[in-house]
Write a protein that binds this ligand. Structure first.
Ligand code: PLP
Length: 284
């Protein structure tokens, strides 16, 4: 395997950044994960838009042009011969002796890796997955895709320890924000899709946006509003969305069975439309 680190393609097992990288010391950096489907990046523009926005919000300079980053990303995919997989891109504020304020004249660090394998086995989506509810203890800028993921890690670990697929994160007001690494959706009794509106409270998922567009095209009603954990447990359908889970049906939250305990028809259809999109429009 080959990784890209600060201007060089190196063997993955030898790839390293300096101990005084601010990503390591302060989580002072951002990342993106883009799916590669049949060798092509999926929703490529959306991911680069979000990466640029994350950097801008943290006042980290773009280390090279978007076109340059895109070329490197495609080269990493090519050198690793990834057809279906993911590319991981991380940019930090760079290497500097540890001190909280921004360093001057320090170039950002760039790391890219690629991995084979995209999504779970088909059986997982066919059966549907379980969620556990977990308090959302994250900071106030969840819209920035920072590498500062400790609360997400703890929530996901809690889910894994309870043999659940994901943790659905709930604020002190009982409202769902999203999941530890995906966005949360419900389908109401009258067939409307509901997902939390964009704000500082959630990460604006690229898959979330794509699913809204696909749902619109299907003539489904989409309501961008907050919903509570109780509403989710009583919903007709529940699903989560992300780059690697697409639209994943949920059949249980904690001890509550969702609907009849099987993936619902709306998410099943939407997931199929997402696969159509992957086939048709993931290029160039
Ligand atoms: N929310 C969080 C906290 C995430 O980490 C992710 C992705 O990893 C998402 C939502 C889904 O975003 P996307 O659809 O862009 O993968």
């Amino acid at each position: 395997r080959i990784a890209y680190v600060n201007g060089q393609y190196v063997l993955h097992r030898d790839a390293a950044v300096h101990i005084e990288d601010r990503g390591y010391q302060f989580s002072d950096g951002i990342y993106e994960v883009t799916a590669i489907y049949k060798g092509r990046p999926v929703d490529n523009d959306g991911h680069w838009d979000r990466l640029e926005r994350s950097l801008r919000e943290l006042r980290i300079d773009m280390p090279m042009t978007r076109g340059g980053l895109d070329l490197v990303a495609r080269e990493v995919v090519r050198r690793n011969r990834v057809r279906n997989g993911i590319i991981y891109i991380q940019i930090t504020r760079g290497v500097s002796p540890r001190n909280h304020p921004f360093p001057k004249d320090t170039p950002p660090s760039i790391v890219m890796t690629a991995r084979h394998g995209l999504g779970s086995k088909p059986e997982v989506a066919a059966k549907g997955v379980s969620l556990i509810s977990h308090p959302d203890i994250r900071w106030g800028r969840r819209d920035i895709k920072t590498v500062s993921l400790l609360p997400n890690v703890l929530a996901k670990q809690a889910a894994y320890e309870q043999h659940a697929y994901e943790a659905i994160l709930v604020g002190p007001d009982g409202m769902v924000s999203e999941c530890s690494s995906s966005n949360a959706w419900i389908v109401t009794k009258d067939g409307a899709l509901v997902t939390r509106p964009l704000s500082n409270d959630i990460l604006g998922g690229i898959t979330r946006k794509r699913l809204i567009d696909l749902a619109d095209a299907e003539g489904l009603r989409v309501e961008e509003r907050s919903f509570s954990l109780d509403e989710a447990k009583a919903a007709r359908e529940v699903f989560v969305s992300s780059t690697s889970s697409f639209a994943m049906p949920v059949v249980r939250i904690d001890d509550s069975v969702i609907g009849n305990g099987h993936p619902g028809s709306i998410v099943t259809n939407l997931r199929a439309r997402y696969f159509d999109f992957l086939e048709s429009a993931s290029g160039p």
